[in-house]
Design a protein around this ligand. Structure first.
Ligand SMILES: C[S@@+](CC[C@H](N)C(=O)[O-])C[C@H]1O[C@@H](n2cnc3c(N)ncnc32)[C@H](O)[C@@H]1O
Length: 238
């Protein structure tokens, strides 16, 4: 992530907060960008995610706390950088979460919003979207907030509506190539299959079961690739 590293290369950053850190994938990227010199705090309401993150990142300058982005237990103006990665489409109350992120960022600090995008996708990326949208559909049936992904313009609209000024934004591929390996594709198929199994006994099972053979066919024809992600560097609007 050279562009992000370059952006922060001449900016002193002592503390970073990652909202919705999950198992810490974005923490890993942040630690690389700040070269292990910034204190990183990941927060997430999911204790299972945090347990995994603490095992993956035992370093002293990284800590993980159970918390919701809607109510951050930090003083105003605490962090130079506050981030939200692939969590926007999981948030129940987007406005409240952004208000909290703006409250805890220092004056002159930055918000980073990284979000998987929808829109113009190749057939392999459409396969990732198909699996993701099915997962979000099943989560919603279980009462979990999980929205479909949004286009880059829709993401930028949300950033704007929440009174953030975009300093830079760019699309990038986390998975550079289409993956066609048999074992990898089989794993994706199994993920879809086990999601469908969760619907057994519900009317939604019959309504969606045709997606499984279709997904297998599509995987065989096009492979699988993660959709482009949009990185937005923003500042609270004055
Ligand atoms: C797809 S994961 C993203 C994990 C990580 N940030 C990454 O980029 O890989 C979405 C995360 O958002 C978290 N989340 C959902 N609602 C949240 C909230 N109100 N505040 C903070 N995190 C939340 C979920 O628990 C989940 O760990």
């Amino acid at each position: 992530m050279k562009r992000l590293q370059h952006f922060f290369s001449n900016k002193p950053v002592a503390r970073v907060l990652d909202v919705g850190c999950g198992a810490g994938d974005f923490i890993k990227l942040l630690d690389g960008i700040f070269e292990g010199k910034a204190r990183l705090t990941g927060i997430d309401p999911g204790e299972e995610w945090l347990k995994e993150a603490r095992v993956r990142f035992p370093q002293e300058h990284i800590d993980f706390v159970r918390m919701s982005g809607e109510q951050l237990d930090f003083e105003d103006n605490t962090f130079e950088v506050v981030t939200l990665s692939n969590a926007l489409h999981h948030l129940e109350n987007i406005e409240q979460t952004f208000n909290e992120m703006k409250r805890v960022v220092k004056p002159g600090g930055w918000l980073l919003i990284n979000e998987i995008s929808d829109g113009e996708l190749n057939p392999a990326q459409e396969n990732q979207r198909m699996l993701h949208h099915f997962k979000s559909f099943v989560d919603r049936l279980h009462g979990i907030t999980h929205r479909p992904t949004r286009t880059p313009d829709e993401i930028l609209d949300i950033v704007d509506q929440n009174k953030l000024e975009v300093v830079d934004s760019f699309l990038y591929l986390k998975m550079k190539m289409v993956n066609r390996e048999e074992l990898f594709l089989e794993d994706k198929y199994r993920q879809m299959e086990s999601l469908l199994e969760e619907l057994q006994g519900r009317p939604e099972f019959d309504q969606t079961k045709d997606q499984l053979p279709l997904f297998r066919e599509r995987l065989a024809s096009h492979g699988f690739q993660t959709a482009p992600q949009l990185m937005v560097i923003a500042k609270p609007r004055q």
